[in-house]
Design a protein around this ligand. Sequence first.
Ligand code: SF4
Ligand code: FES
Length: 227
Amino acid sequence: MTEIVLTIDDRQVKAEAGMTVLQAAQQAGIYIPTLCHHEQLEAYGGCRLCMVEVESRGWTSYVVSCLYPVAKDIIVRTRSEKVDKIRKVLVEELMAHAPDSPELVKMAEEYGADRNRFEKEASFCVLCGLCVRYCNEVKKKNAVSFFDNGSVRQIKFVPEVAKNECWDCQECFALCPTSYAQAAYLLTEALAFPGQRKTATRAAKKAAKPRVVIPIMAVPMTGQDSH
Ligand code: SF4
Ligand code: FES
């Protein structure tokens, strides 16, 4: 295994070839903000909040650290005037969709972001893909997927799968930075299979081991502005 030494925030950090800058930083206990990253999932590069400044052979560039591979002698800065400005705008854009997301509220405080800078499109989903990718890559169920593209891109539960799989799982709810995954599931259940998941759950329980169920909290539903 090839060892690589790079500099992150003025510290010499050792990493293995093939690691990303984010992984090297996390291994060294250096914090980089993330929203769409999850250690059990393939890197996605969706939110760009993990952007850092990289200096290599005299050139400075801004890269997404959860995708960017470590390299010998690069100099990484996790905070700089420009990095902070980029993160501020990214947080402001995301807050147009989910102004009350606790993670975004915390980042807004850190980077001085204005939650009202962009016109509200309160979809409550920031398209981080955590629910979709976790259900696909870890649970192998594909009960929730992306639909459409561009400004109308959204996540939706697939009723035929969700009816049998979701009530006893719910693991994506806790990953969602906005609570929309839970709201979207409840909406799907109410519209597509009201009252039917109990039957499906009983059948599933006969075949499965008991597991801990995450309690459902009240969350805002779509189409409402939280202000
Ligand atoms: S529902 Fe939540 S976890 Fe899923 S893509 Fe939207 S914000 Fe991310
Ligand atoms: S955490 Fe790297 S792009 Fe989202």
